[in-house]
Design a binder for this molecule. Sequence first.
Ligand code: TXA
Ligand code: MG
Length: 344
Amino acid sequence: MVRRHTRCLAADAIGIQTAAAILQAGGLVGVPTETVYGLAANALDAAAVRGIFEAKGRPADDPLIVHLASPDELGRVAIGNAEASRLGEAFWPGPLTLVLLRRPVVPNDVTAGLETVAVRVPSHPVARAILVASGLPLAAPSANLFGRPSPTTARHVLDDLDGRIDAVVDAGPASVGVESTIVDVSSAVPRLLRPGGVPAEAIEAVLGAKLVLPRRRAGPQVAPGMLDVHYAPRTALTLIVGDGAHARLLAEVAAALDRGERVGVLALEEDVPTLPVGAHLEVVGASRAPEQMAARLFAALRALDAAGLDALYARRLAEPTSGLGRALEDRLRRASRQVLDARD
Ligand code: TXA
Ligand code: MG
């Protein structure tokens, strides 16, 4: 592991030029996007890309997303098609990633040897400015250590990667807060590989067709790297779902406090008045405001994990079948050590 001095750059003209110069020289830069912070390198430089895997401790079989300044650049790295044109037109720049057949110029290190490449055009003005200033397609996974929640602030990036990367550009908290939606349009049937910032229904409306949805815990992984426990707080988190989840949450928290445990709750705003005194609360937002919950989820999980507690609890944040609820449920399940159904 190469030790690097990590600079914290402002999101101004000098910071953007400096970040672009580091990237052109083969370096690694934490870059703000509207979803989460990414760890960027020149996507066409295999050695630079290998640096991403080394810095994150990420397994080499987990492919990276290539970020482009504009949809017009798609042909640099991928082979476009009708579905990609329609989805790009509707959702780019923005939190949508498309999986397409790749061009040979993309190193195997980016795609983990697959014949496809994942591409996205971010909407964050600083990400776009760095892409334009560097003139490069940028490979960027989320800028966390492997196994940790995705970073939504520059502070989170430094907490994980200080001394392992060359710089981070600080543009404040990410607005969406969960990663992009990934759709595979490389074959005849469009498939949802990861729910995210763009609701699946909005994609289906543009395609005029249903997406094939990911199946959980069945068969091979849907997207490479989409491990069931992708990241999890070090402190075990119990997720409670189903009718009666609120009552069950109160009972579980009260019982744990009675056992003398230090207990944390990823709390819905409306639950706060009912939760037992003595529990450490991180309020994630109100269930009527899924955008707010998405924006706060990863920061709240990091805060709970840093609080040195014995056990963490949460109840389902939103209906898991539509809108951002699908992404919230997916990320929370991945973060959980166990899922209890309150009806059992
Ligand atoms: O919002 C986001 O997508 C953020 C920001 C930084 O853009 N990036 C992100 O990257 O979440 P990462 O590496 O944490 O997740 C990328 C995932 C991989 O784990 C894999 O599941 C999927 O994208 N992926 C990448 N290339 C693929 C391919 N060729 N085929 C199928 N899935 C692919
Ligand atoms: Mg990630």
